[in-house]
Design a protein around this ligand. Structure first.
Ligand SMILES: Cc1cc2nc3c(=O)[nH]c(=O)nc-3n(C[C@H](O)[C@H](O)[C@H](O)COP(=O)(O)OP(=O)(O)OC[C@H]3O[C@@H](n4cnc5c(N)ncnc54)[C@H](O)[C@@H]3O)c2cc1C
Length: 265
């Protein structure tokens, strides 16, 4: 269990960032569900709950999800069920259980860049952007490639389009971490394929997606794209699965997800 010497509840993001960066061990608190798995000693925990960041807002062009929105908020929000074939509610629905999803937050899930993240895998195929208090706004794909620094993720922004999407995951048992996660989407004949829990963090299979076009979604094209995704991304071993098994399952799940999206289009 982690140890907290002090808790601060700042009224502004400026104040939160100032406290966060004042001491090396100062840390943002989301729902504290992952923090409590460690034994970190924290001088000041920065609780963001007075900053109005627990929201999901739909506008004409975007859906914005505030950092303190919980995974359960994502699961139950009508706008997220309406768009992208509901892949965001679907992606989080396997994470532990309802009580857990009531506390775990979107900000922590995205900022922490967990390799096993269901949410990041699904968000990656939706042209998602993130906003950081200090680092500003950038695509989620770029954020995942930037070195870790102390910052506060304030929201994620998803463009509202007619994007069709599908999400598949494989677990050894219900509520365990995924051993593979695959998300696929298509809008305006541009395909995106993301594979997470390899076991490292989700990545876009750019060349595989490039093999799919409006004219090229016949079963043999889908087979070729699935094969390419399995070849272009690195896979590793951990206690849940071997690299070889993950690569084989990547082919299967990408094929299923692309086929599902092709049918929806
Ligand atoms: C046992 C267990 C099983 C899990 N299984 C899965 C799974 O199968 N699939 C899956 O996708 N996820 C899984 N997760 C991860 C989970 O979904 C959450 O992402 C995670 O628990 C963090 O949620 P939290 O809000 O409680 O974060 P916290 O524990 O509060 O914080 C985690 C980290 O994020 C930082 N942080 C929090 N908010 C912000 C912010 N706004 N800006 C910057 N930094 C911030 C904190 O400082 C801390 O370093 C699991 C977690 C646990 C504990």
């Amino acid at each position: 269990m982690f140890t907290l010497l002090n808790v601060a509840q700042p009224d502004t993001l400026q104040e939160a960032y100032k406290i966060l960066t004042a001491k090396r061990s100062n840390t943002i608190l989301g729902g504290s569900s992952y923090l409590r798995m460690g034994s970190q000693s924290i001088h000041t925990g920065v609780d963001l709950s007075k900053l109005g960041l627990q929201y999901i807002q739909e506008t004409e062009s975007f859906i914005e999800i505030g950092a303190m929105a919980t995974l359960r908020n994502v699961e139950k929000h009508p706008a997220l069920a309406k768009y992208f074939n509901g892949i965001l509610p679907q992606a989080v629905s396997n994470i532990i259980g309802v009580q857990f999803r009531n506390v775990a937050t979107v900000g922590a899930s995205v900022f922490s860049r967990y390799g096993f993240s269901d949410l990041i895998t699904a968000l990656l195929v939706l042209d998602t952007e993130v906003e950081l208090f200090h680092g500003g706004r950038m695509s989620l794909a770029d954020f995942l490639d930037t070195p870790r620094t102390k910052d506060i993720l304030t929201k994620v922004i998803i463009p509202v389009t007619g994007r069709q999407a599908a999400y598949y995951t494989l677990r050894n048992s219900a509520s365990d971490y995924p051993l593979l996660a695959v998300a696929v989407s298509c809008y305006d004949n541009q395909w995106q394929i993301a594979v997470g829990a390899r076991p490292t963090r989700a990545k876009l299979a750019v060349h595989a997606a490039g093999l799919l076009t409006a004219a090229a979604v016949a079963p043999e094209d889908i087979e070729q794209a699935a094969q390419q995704a399995a070849e272009e991304l690195p896979f590793g071993d951990n206690m849940r699965a071997s690299a070889e098994y993950r690569r084989a399952m990547c082919r299967v799940l990408v094929k299923r997800a692309v086929t599902e999206v092709a049918v929806c289009k």
